[in-house]
Design a protein. Structure first.
Length: 146
């Protein structure tokens, strides 16, 4: 039988590993972040093509959600454009929250689900994923032009 002290030691080690893992996104340089984003977003494009083959271009702009990234992270569209956020992850649910614009957070949406918003006024719309912005840095922005 394990002694109480070895159980405590094991618990502390797990705790330290969790702490070390949590803010990993903040410890890498901007160049490393950009390289990681490019890699993740290339995978997201492949996932989208697999999951939604032959999707017609109806003028809606697609943002994929994959591995704690919005792909693309920053987007510029014209007034009146609908943006569709599509979760192409395998397990993780996400949300889209245009918090600074005082627009309610979307429902959490699961792999292969989506959420849309039509931008009717020009401006800059930063947004975040409710469950992942803080620990994973899952953030994006839409710039809407006239
Ligand atoms: Cu998320």
């Amino acid at each position: 039988m394990q002694s109480r002290s070895s159980q405590t030691a094991a618990f502390l080690i797990i705790g330290a590993a969790a702490l070390a893992a949590a803010p990993a996104f903040a410890d890498i340089t901007d160049d490393e972040k950009a390289a990681k984003r490019a890699k993740v977003c290339a995978q997201a494009d492949e996932r989208y093509a697999e999951l939604f083959p032959g999707t017609k271009d109806d003028g809606t702009v697609i943002v994929k959600l994959y591995k704690y990234h919005f792909c693309p992270g920053d987007l510029t569209v014209k007034t009146g454009t609908t943006v569709r956020w599509v979760n192409v992850d395998k397990r993780t649910s996400h949300s889209v929250w245009l918090k600074e614009s005082k627009i309610n957070e979307s429902e959490r949406f699961f792999p292969e689900e989506q959420w849309e918003f039509s931008f009717q006024a020009s401006g800059n719309y930063p947004y975040l994923c409710g469950p992942h912005w803080e620990n994973e840095g899952m953030l994006g922005s839409v710039t809407v032009t006239e």
